[in-house]
Design a protein around this ligand. Structure first.
Ligand code: TXA
Ligand code: MG
Length: 352
């Protein structure tokens, strides 16, 4: 299929192009668009046939439910059975923004969206192009990240074009995503809300507003230090570049020397090595493909750079990526979750 490309400037949004993209959505087509977290691949959430096209274009397993995007807080009411008090407080604080909430779904939400679950995930993004597109389309928009299933999420228009050109009706190119990791998914159907995916709004941020919050066990289990991914269920690959990724965590000086040691060993075996470093540490490496994701002094830059850097290594055709770990707090918790998933939880503690 021919994919229409709409280039839109976030500073000066072309209403005509938004109208054309919104028409495609209204008539059952698929449109990829920028959000502040990552690019999404949208379709009318109330049109089962349209939503099916998302799963086909991405090669996404049908048992993975989708997030429904709205352009205003009122639109939520039709989609859910009830809005718990804590959800109301969180919405006031964090919407529009990178927080997805899980509610009990209303009957108008098709089963294909929720993968048969009795719940639905909803988010109001803050990106002006996303908001305008959803508003103009006049319907709630289902949108997973706009990548081929299993690949790193797209944070630039070119990433989406690389993955989905020819597979979707239109792609809106609208700059780089400012957050760079996906939204936090929080289940608010429970008395104590549970984080199902760490993301752009941190657990510390949420705790400050509503007090107690739990973290789904599978997140930390997957992230524990000495997990060797032997069981097939644990080894699900996500955010994966072509190369295999090894994350090295611990005291920074030891991390650097461990990575250098591994680089020498693997290079001797004939592998082409990539090193995922930071502004502060890149000078300590040589004789390999060295890329900085951002500055350790500003975790926001690291979140923004992660997926783009993983994709850049694909272009360099490296065999193994040795990645420096980041402290697992604040936004760093979400970054490490993605990094470890991209490595299939292949993580080494430096100094051991
Ligand atoms: O930042 C984001 O959330 C981006 C942008 C485009 O908004 N979207 C995104 O969608 O990351 P996706 O499909 O890549 O991830 C959605 C996550 C998945 O982990 C899915 O399992 C979870 O949300 N999810 C969706 N509906 C759910 C439900 N009813 N219960 C539990 N988890 C759900
Ligand atoms: Mg995704």
């Amino acid at each position: 299929m021919e994919t229409k490309i709409f280039d839109i400037n976030i500073e000066d949004i072309d209403k005509n192009k938004i109208d054309m993209a919104a028409n495609i959505l209204r008539s059952g087509g698929t449109v990829a668009f920028p959000t502040e977290t990552v690019y999404g691949l949208g379709a009318n959430a109330l049109d089962e046939k349209a939503v099916k096209k998302i799963f086909e274009a991405k090669g996404r397993p049908s048992d993975n439910p989708l997030i429904v995007h709205v352009s205003n807080k009122e639109a939520l009411k039709d989609l859910v059975k009830d809005i718990p008090k804590k959800a109301e407080i969180l919405i006031e604080e964090f919407w529009p923004g990178p927080l997805t909430l899980i509610f009990r779904k209303s009957d108008i939400v098709p089963d294909i969206i929720s993968a048969g679950l009795p719940t639905v995930a909803i988010r109001m993004p803050s990106h002006p192009i996303a908001l305008e597109l959803i508003r103009k389309s006049g319907v709630p928009i289902a949108a997973p990240s706009a990548n081929i299933s299993g690949k790193p999420s797209p944070t630039k228009g070119e990433h989406v074009v690389n993955d989905l050109d020819g597979k979707v009706d239109a792609i809106i190119i609208g700059g780089s995503s400012s957050v760079g990791v996906e939204s936090t998914v929080l289940d608010v159907t429970k008395d104590i809300p549970v984080i199902l995916r760490p993301g752009g709004v941190t657990k510390e941020d949420i705790r400050e507003i509503i007090g107690k919050v739990e973290i789904d066990k599978s997140i930390d289990l997957g992230m524990s230090d000495d997990i060797i991914p032997m069981s097939p269920g644990m080894k699900y690959k996500h955010y994966a570049p072509k190369a295999s990724v090894i994350v090295v965590e611990g005291d920074l000086e030891k991390v650097i020397s461990k990575i250098n040691k591994l680089k020498n060993e693997k290079t001797m075996l004939g592998y082409k090595i990539g090193i995922l470093a930071t502004e502060e540490t890149k000078k300590h490496y040589e004789n390999s493909v060295i890329m900085s994701i951002g500055s350790r002094k500003n975790i926001d830059t690291i979140a923004r750079g992660l997926f783009d850097t993983l994709r850049k290594f694909d272009k360099e055709d490296v065999d193994i990526i040795l990645a420096e770990g980041i402290e697992r707090k604040g936004l760093g918790y979400a970054v490490m979750n993605r990094m470890l998933k991209s490595a299939g939880y292949n993580v080494i503690k430096a100094g051991d």
